[in-house]
Design a protein around this ligand. Structure first.
Ligand SMILES: [Zn+2]
Ligand SMILES: [Zn+2]
Length: 102
């Protein structure tokens, strides 16, 4: 744990369960991850998922509550920033390069 730091979360920075975080842990492996301080928060996440819209809680393959694969410190649906983040990645993945080869 020597390479991880901890700071107070800013407004809008979210825990992996979807709640407002109170602290943010930063480390090289996972980047910035928020934590709300609620012990069983992960077992009862905010639904629908703020990141991917899933109405089912995320689970790890072994059945434990898991964080969203799309988890970011800030949810993508934040007012004002929605449009920019959305269009960029989606149009790219919809068109594989191999289609243009013929
Ligand atoms: Zn939480
Ligand atoms: Zn999700």
């Amino acid at each position: 744990m020597t390479d991880s730091t901890e700071r107070r979360a800013a407004l809008g920075e979210l825990c992996t369960c979807g709640r407002q975080a109170i602290v943010v842990y930063s480390n090289a492996e996972f980047g910035d991850v928020g934590y709300c301080g609620i012990e069983d928060g992960q077992a009862r996440p905010v639904l629908p998922c703020p990141w991917c819209g899933s109405t089912e809680p995320h689970r790890a393959s072994w059945g434990d509550p898991g964080k969203c694969p799309d988890y970011q410190l800030r949810a993508p649906s934040e007012p004002g920033e929605q449009n920019e983040t959305h269009t960029g990645s989606e149009t790219r993945e919809a068109r594989p390069d191999s289609y243009r080869l013929r």
